[in-house]
Design a protein around this ligand. Structure first.
Ligand code: ARG
Length: 570
């Protein structure tokens, strides 16, 4: 509806100027005043005349009546004045030319306004800690992060996706000790991360009874920091084993990263920033540790160096941000993590500001709430955390059961089950406002009715089925809109760009997830109430087939924005 609003604001401007030539108002002022009426009987957009009352020195109701009388516009079918509001109805010809035909012309680009062209956005997301479980808590950063990247890319931003792996730190000392004492090379090669996690867990158990192990671990980490060959080789191997496994999950999600520069990459980039902090007198000693005092900003101090001189999580983040600004010249750098890290980001963003980096306000933290799981127990081999891969595997298994029961002849069953299973988890997760804590209920996520992934994918497959049936029919006939369902559908399709813009503005993929449901329900109403392929009239049939194709295009784009794979058949 954005373009519609623009067109109407131009015509309204002309109308207001005709009524009152000295009125001090611009098209842009008008554009900013439109509202969406609470119900469809009150128009597709509404224009409140209250603010005009001062400019035109007349009562709002009088202004509304005057405009309603004088208003002329090609894009509007009717205008009504009601209690100081102008209720404006979009014309069918506008919907055909500027929605249906526009989608046909722009195809996968429809919905993008190119507002990101020429700008660079960096996304720091997923970023699991090597040799620790990749669990359900990482679902948020992975899918919200990727979705935000896709949204920006869609708008024309040049995007860089970074997996800032937690690949450095004292846990590697522990892992090296554990491996040297109890490790089994073959088992690790076979079982991957699970085996590393098991070693890590065993280290902690043993260290309880035998605390000297901790000192051994510190020694091994120091050796690693000094590039001890054997330890570097082990460390690289641990990272590779872990990455191999993460990549399986990323594959299922259709995610690729542009960079895997993890924490280890920044070890030699920190000293320069520490030096700068010292020169600027920003570092303070606090019980032996070096901190930046943030009391003035109502935050606890930001820790830069431990007592023993070793660096910390914020130190690395500061060095990484400086590096990224130089390497990518970003216009924004977006970090997606659980809300538990909000303070950490607020603190080091402040430190970057105090250091005089004028791009501090281009750093954005996008937090999200926690996930808990209800209902069925998912099998894990690593204590009570739920691994993401197990969650996906369970969903895929369940979808397979449903397919075997309902549509056993379906070709390519395994891929469909994977797309629908993984898609159902993502969809369920991204349906809610990101900051809300969610309770994951597999049964609900997998339901085919309700606002779910399977429902959306089923609707997409339905458009594919109709288009398959209509293949070869002549659809190059001037479109005609004859049913309210068609108009409603086009109105929903016209709002795609607004959904994209809002999702970006609020860093909120759920705007797209909910938009998908709006499209699906408008389409399914249309499908149930209107004959499509079997419509008698040639123009009606052609229009409806073209509408179906437009829905397929928009749904396809929207799916991609939230990491959902498309399936032509279910
Ligand atoms: N590895 C961290 C964790 O799992 C997340 C890293 C987030 N990104 C960052 N630049 N700090 O908690």
């Amino acid at each position: 509806m954005n373009n519609f609003k623009k067109a109407v604001s131009n015509d309204l401007f002309d109308c207001i100027k005709a009524i009152s030539p000295d009125a001090v108002i611009t098209e842009n002022d008008i554009l900013g005043m439109f509202e969406y009426p609470p119900d469809a009987n009150l128009g597709d957009i509404a224009f409140p005349c209250f603010k005009l009352s001062r400019i035109l020195r007349k009562a709002p109701t009088i202004i509304a009546q005057m405009i309603a009388r004088e208003f002329k516009s090609d894009v509007v079918s009717k205008v009504e004045s009601v209690n100081g509001y102008l209720n404006i109805f979009v014309s069918s010809s506008y919907l055909v030319d500027n929605v249906l035909i526009k989608i046909e012309n722009e195809k996968e680009k429809y919905g993008s306004d190119g507002s990101g062209v020429g700008k660079v956005a960096v996304f720091d997301y997923s970023s699991p800690n090597v040799a620790k479980p990749f669990h359900i808590g990482h679902l948020g950063t992975t899918v919200i992060g990727h979705s935000l990247k896709m949204l920006h890319q869609f708008q024309g931003y040049e995007c860089v996706g970074i997996n800032y792996l937690g690949d450095w730190g004292t846990q590697f000392g522990k892992l090296i000790v554990a491996y040297n004492m109890w490790g089994d090379k073959e088992a690790i090669e076979k079982n991957g991360v699970d085996e590393l996690v098991a070693l890590y867990v065993k280290f902690h158990e043993e260290a309880e009874a035998n605390p000297e192990l901790n000192q051994l671990a510190r020694n091994e980490f120091t050796k690693l920091e000094h590039h001890d060959e054997a330890n570097i080789a082990l460390w690289k191997w641990f990272v590779d084993i872990s990455l191999k496994e993460y990549k399986k999950t990323y594959n299922q999600l259709g995610i690729e990263f542009d960079s895997y520069k993890g924490e280890s990459f920044y070890t030699d980039k920190m000293p320069a920033q520490i030096e700068k902090l010292k020169e600027m007198n920003l570092l303070k000693l606090d019980q032996g540790a070096s901190i930046v005092d943030l009391e003035e900003y109502n935050m606890p101090p930001c820790l830069i160096l431990k007592k023993d001189g070793s660096t910390l999580y914020p130190t690395r983040d500061i060095a990484a941000a400086v590096y990224r600004k130089e390497a990518y010249k970003f216009d924004k750098c977006i970090y997606v993590t659980s809300a538990g890290q909000s303070l950490h980001f607020a603190q080091w963003f402040k430190v970057v500001e105090l250091m005089g980096y004028d791009w501090y306000d281009q750093l954005v933290h996008v937090p999200y709430g926690t996930v808990s799981i209800n209902g069925e127990k998912l099998a894990t081999r690593t204590g009570n955390v739920i691994l993401l891969k197990d969650l996906f595997a369970t969903a895929i298994e369940k979808v397979k059961e449903i397919i075997n029961e309902k549509n056993p002849e379906l070709p390519d069953k395994d891929n469909v089950a994977e797309a629908v299973g993984v898609g159902s988890v993502i969809f369920y997760y991204l349906y809610n406002n990101r900051i809300k804590d969610i309770n994951f209920v597999m049964k609900d996520a997998l339901s085919f009715d309700g606002n779910t992934g399977p429902y959306a994918q089923y609707t997409y497959a339905r458009t594919c089925g109709i288009l398959e049936k209509s293949a070869g029919m002549d659809i190059n006939v001037a479109p005609v809109l004859t049913a309210g369902e068609e108009t409603e559908l086009l109105k929903v399709l016209s709002k795609f760009n607004e959904a994209v813009r809002n999702a970006i503005k609020e860093y909120e993929p759920s705007v797209i997830t909910r938009y998908i449901i709006d499209v699906c329900s408008a389409f399914n109403k249309f499908y149930h109430n209107c004959q499509i392929v079997s419509a008698e009239d040639e123009a009606v049939r052609a229009t409806r087939i073209r509408l179906t194709k437009a829905v397929k295009t928009v749904l396809g784009s929207a799916f991609e924005l939230i990491c959902i794979k498309k399936t032509e058949k279910i």
